[in-house]
Design a protein around this ligand. Sequence first.
Ligand SMILES: Cc1cc2nc3c(=O)[nH]c(=O)nc-3n(C[C@H](O)[C@H](O)[C@H](O)COP(=O)(O)OP(=O)(O)OC[C@H]3O[C@@H](n4cnc5c(N)ncnc54)[C@H](O)[C@@H]3O)c2cc1C
Length: 391
Amino acid sequence: MIDFNNTQIAFSGKSNNDLLRASLLFSTIASPIIVTIGNFFASIAIKLHIPINWFAKPTLYKQFVGGETIEECVPIVRQLEKYNVKAILDYSVEGGESDSYMEGVLQETLRTVDLAASDPNVPIAVFKPTAFAPGYVLEKASSGLAMNAMEQISIDNFRRRIGILCEHAYKLSVPIMIDAEDVHFQPIIDEVTMQMMEKYNHEKTIVFNTYQMYRTDRLDVLKKDHARAVEKNFFLGAKFVRGAYMERERRHAAKMGYPSPIHPDKRSTDKAYNDALTFSVEHLDKISIFNGTHNEESCHHLMKLMDKHKVAKDDPRIWTSQLYGMSDHISFNMAHGGYNVVKYMPYGPVKSVLPYLVRRAEENTSIAGQTGRELKLIKMERKRRKAKSNS
Ligand SMILES: Cc1cc2nc3c(=O)[nH]c(=O)nc-3n(C[C@H](O)[C@H](O)[C@H](O)COP(=O)(O)OP(=O)(O)OC[C@H]3O[C@@H](n4cnc5c(N)ncnc54)[C@H](O)[C@@H]3O)c2cc1C
């Protein structure tokens, strides 16, 4: 079994300076107070148009983002390639709602599909569906309420943009993943994504939906989607994540007076996640798996399942992925062991990727436990290198 504590492999691509910088950053964001205050000032700076690049770019941005443009990310893609780690470029701008903004995101995302078609170290493309329609329209369409003419145009454009992307991906034979976000937007996203799978996943898996396994209903949805794939004879693309918006979902449910859609505790989320992996490996003839997690136990679970079912480590139907800047001990050790590993690499202008950076900072406070692990491993590797250079 892969040893995730092998820090020599985990940080083989990092210089001593990289490790020092990462160590300082993770030590700083380990403090929930610093993260809360930092987020507060960042949101004010954005509202008042105060430049924050000078602060964000050499710190959080450098750790978690590939660059401002595709071209800026390419050297990092080449660097990862040396270690058998691939990359997915994720144009991570968030928050725009004008038509021109959405068309701009569409054009940029098409470029990422082109890159994936031409660069063997970029095997998959991805996009956030919420970039293609205003949130309130997605919510209305998801709840089945009647829409006015403008809203109907917005939803038609949403379908059109996703259709263009999936068709382009299909023509270039590039798998494309559709991210998941808030629960109340998801029904319309699921509906369109399943239509795309039915249309383009006949020969192989092109379109992937995202299953947030912190949701109580997702295991059943996965099984229903699988039944539909069997019935209609297409391949199901399943990207699994636990889910990034737990607090927001719980708050929203409480405010609106409906039961929380999120599992009551971490243990049940973990179980649902691993059960989804088990179900999918057992139905690998129809399901392609994208294991998007920093959880070591889930990665071990997947590797054990692959071993049990005699699935090759580099079977093209199974990918494991971590976010760029996080959990290299999983990515690099699994890639070194021969598994298909891909880093999810966001890119975009500093200001536009700020919501993404805020989520990463929050996820990495000591409360979440992630930083403790990142920091511990970085310290271990620095110590190991020092001992080696002294011997
Ligand atoms: C490659 C990749 C792609 C991603 N894409 C998306 C995406 O499209 N949409 C999205 O929402 N997220 C996405 N994420 C983020 C992901 O959902 C998680 O927030 C993040 O990865 C942390 O979960 P984990 O599996 O790594 O493991 P862990 O750190 O073991 O789990 C943390 C997660 O467990 C769940 N959890 C924690 N406490 C509780 C509790 N008390 N009760 C119930 N559940 C709990 C939450 O989901 C929390 O984020 C992505 C992550 C990766 C690595």
